[in-house]
Design a protein around this ligand. Structure first.
Ligand code: SAJ
Length: 407
């Protein structure tokens, strides 16, 4: 039996996937409400194919509880927040989970850490607490790092098809865990050591951050000299070895905007491109705000309350708002005393999380003269006609209506 600890964005789909492929799984989370919802037969977030997967897993006998289970294999997928100042990973939830496991696990149990951690975190923050509890690593308890790679919005597909990395101290243990993931994963699975697995994960997300930063920097350069960045990228990408990404209002989510900081924090003076990329991406919400002010002036719009932000999540078709560029813009506006005036709407966010949030697309559009498209949800792509007649500022290149302003 596998005990999956932490039933959030990664733990839940992983637990469901294993259960629906014939593995006996118990999912544990300390959040009683979350466990209650799952036991009532409901999923806790929206994701393509998740409800179907949930039904399959329930039919296959998955159980949800707040209690840790006595078993020989644990998968830990709890959050790994980072310290805003030191930029280092805070392993407190991983440590707490490992401590709970040690209270009940039999000798020789395997603890797989799926949560993203920076290189050296398991050495510095996990091994010491295992040893302090009198466990000999490699004998009484085996540590494995199996970082996830799935992308919100396409999690179920990617869980099945992505290649994976497994880092272990001992090859046989790595191979054993590889077999477990092979129960559902059709991708290639690389077995390596723990530090290499930690570093690989962080390096992957940093690669993407740097590439997005290049697109964002081009957007700024082109804007300063009145060139169309999208047309330039489109043509440049016809080159067989060029694949420039798409500029946007900033990089959100809990991964790409966070992981590169670990390298900056851990390798000061060495992570230079990485730091520059982070700064460029972090500057985008402010760049968008400056564009808004100019577009308002050009169109003689003086009343900020007649401006609407479409989209609160960090990207399209997900309900995740972590590090979202829209929230960063609203924060920054609040400092200039106008943050609570713009109208805000996102079909994925049903609860009120910011001031002047509206919950109906038509009402939102009726209340504004200028719309800022910050997230390309399918809903707005399928309703573009409704924007006709408004001043449109599209930061995602999803609107082809004539006169639309771009980054
Ligand atoms: N973005 C752009 N322009 C682009 C692509 C993305 O502005 O051309 C923005 C998005 O709008 C979003 C942010 O970047 O705000 C990140 O979105 P994303 O879709 O690129 O990635 P995430 O953060 O949802 O998921 C990433 C993935 N990592 C990589 O692609 C290397 C995923 O595979 C990881 O599992 C995930 O991080 C994670 O958990 O680490």
């Amino acid at each position: 039996m596998i005990n999956v600890i932490g039933l959030g964005y990664i733990g839940l789909p992983t637990a469901l996937m294993m259960a629906s492929h014939g593995v006996k799984v118990v999912g544990t989370d300390y959040n009683k409400e979350l466990v209650g919802t799952l036991n009532d037969g409901k999923t806790t977030f929206k994701e393509d194919g998740l409800d179907e997967l949930f039904d399959d897993a329930v039919k296959s006998g998955i159980k949800f509880t707040t209690e840790y289970q006595v078993t020989d294999t644990y998968i830990v997928s709890v959050p790994t927040p980072y310290d805003e100042v030191s930029k280092k990973v805070d392993g407190k939830y991983v440590q707490a989970a490992v401590k709970e496991i040690m209270k009940i696990c039999p000798k020789g149990a395997i603890v797989v850490i799926e949560s993203t951690v920076s290189p050296g975190t398991i050495d510095k923050q996990v091994r010491p607490i295992v040893e302090e509890n009198g466990f000999v690593i490699g004998k009484d308890l085996h540590l494995v790092h199996a970082p996830e790679r799935i992308i919100p919005g396409n999690m179920v597909y990617e869980l099945l098809h992505n290649n994976r990395t497994i880092g272990a101290d001992e090859k046989e243990i790595g191979e054993k865990i590889k077999k477990l993931y092979m129960s559902f994963c059709q991708g290639e699975i690389e077995v390596t050591d723990i530090r290499t697995a930690e570093m690989t994960k962080v390096v992957e997300n940093t690669f993407r951050d740097i590439n997005i930063a290049y697109a964002n920097e081009l957007a700024k350069i082109c804007r300063s000299d009145n060139m169309d960045v999208y047309e330039i990228i489109r043509i440049a990408n016809k080159h067989p070895r060029v694949n420039i990404l798409t500029p946007g209002p900033g990089v959100g989510g809990h991964c790409i905007s966070v992981d590169p900081w670990f390298l900056v924090g851990d390798y000061p003076g060495l992570a230079n491109i990485i730091l520059a990329a982070r700064k460029i991406n972090d500057s985008m919400p402010e760049f968008v705000l400056e564009r808004i002010v100019n577009i308002m002036k050009e169109n003689n719009i003086k009343d900020v309350s007649r401006v609407g932000f479409y989209g609160l999540t960090y990207k399209e078709n997900v309900d995740d708002m972590r590090e979202s560029p829209t929230l960063q813009m609203l924060d920054s506006m609040e400092k200039h005393l106008c943050g609570n005036m713009v109208k805000v709407y996102d079909p994925f966010i049903e609860k009120d999380v910011v001031e002047n949030q509206m919950h109906d697309l038509d009402e939102f559009l009726n209340a504004i003269d200028m719309v800022v498209l910050l997230v390309g949800h399918d809903e707005i792509k399928n309703n573009m006609d409704k924007l006709k007649g408004k001043v449109i500022f599209d930061t995602r290149k999803i609107c082809n209506i004539e006169g639309t302003y771009r980054l």
